[in-house]
Ligand binder design. Sequence first.
Ligand code: SF4
Length: 268
Amino acid sequence: MAAVKNVMDVFKVLKKTNCRECNEKTCLAFAAAVFKKDRQLNECPYVDQAVIESLGGNIETLQTMADDQEAGVDALKQEVSQIDLAAAARRTGGVFSDDRLTLKVFGKDFSIDSKGALTTEIHVNPWVVAPLLTYILNCNGLPLSGEWVTFKELESGKPWQGLFGQRCEIPLKKVIDDYTDLLEDLIHIFNGREEKGLYNSDISLTLLPLPKMPMLICYWKPEDGLDSDLHLLFDSTAEKNCSIEGIYSLGTGLVTMFEKLALKHGGQ
Ligand code: SF4
């Protein structure tokens, strides 16, 4: 039986037309209600019976988020332990040595050995570990194009854009609105690099969470009664080196990490 790890796992089996036949305003709202067990997946008339059965029908088998997250990471570690780590190092922009693949995560070492054991130089939020391991498994090794694109402009980004905005861009904008020092922290703690006003933004900053997965944060301050704005951009090859789900998970994981950082520093 397939495991449902989060709202996104429910959302991706829906038709994403926001037709409202389930009496929810959007497919995302329906997915959230299913995940919370307020609704049942078979209340959307457009989900195949086979999918309903594979997800456990009424999703009564959902575990807690933490349990599920841990189980998901363990499964990924297991998968990584089965692959050729030397070949994975060549694909992912990492280094293989002493039975260990090491990747630079925000410029700091993150290693995994052939038994699936992790070693990191920095505290990596568990929400980020799963996308890191997924990247090791799926990265195709395409060189970066140097062309920045929005999430929506990625090949499979459009259907995910609403969810990405809600879970990544809006919360990140809020953190920066409330805690402007976050950008300084991103430079110092996460080896971010400030860029020169790209896209006429007030602040633009690149981060390198993974060797072939740079991200650009562009932030516009509030002005003349207009709200602030923020966009996260990716290299146009991002989806070739990480699936759209992986990019989405990495984005939400990073935002969760930044929110915790802001809280810890008393910004909110
Ligand atoms: S009925 Fe299904 S497709 Fe229509 S809005 Fe609800 S979840 Fe989305």
